[in-house]
Write a protein that binds this ligand. Sequence first.
Ligand code: S3P
Length: 174
Amino acid sequence: MMNNIILVGLMGVGKSAIGKELAARLSMDFLDTDELIENNEGISISEIFEKYGEAHFRQLEADLIRNIKVRNTVISVGGGLPVHDSNMEKLAELGTRIYLQISEDKLASRLWVVRKKRPLLKDIKTLPDLESYLENQLKSREKYYFKADFVLNVNDKASCEIVEELSNIVKNLK
Ligand code: S3P
């Protein structure tokens, strides 16, 4: 085990923002798989999807977690990463996996305003369509997310509260 904390969950749940806060609080490093892929490729995730397709992006994600060598790092992983290529098992080798769980209706209102920037959401036309898309996504993905070592429900919690609960989980690991 390499002492990392890995945050998994649907897009928009706050993995990156919360991960950064948690890392600062625990004096750990922070890494975001989407950000790392964008830096490595020199283009945005949306452009990767447009130019090369989703399958190529999934390959980049799978390669990335098989090659990163980090310790003492909070790692936020893209929402779809745990669902492909036995990645959840691979993540277990890197550290403790925590699933940030949120309901689809809470997420839908958050994601509605930023949907254009999300390659998987950009063609969704109405809020009810977005809700049912997220409901289906949750249904198909949760079985992977539930393989995590811990599940933390974040519905109606402020980010400082979530960070507090996460840091308690991490402290109890030691
Ligand atoms: C995706 C989630 C995004 C990003 C890509 C695909 C998904 O990451 O990897 O747009 O399949 O759910 P975040 O979960 O960090 O938003």
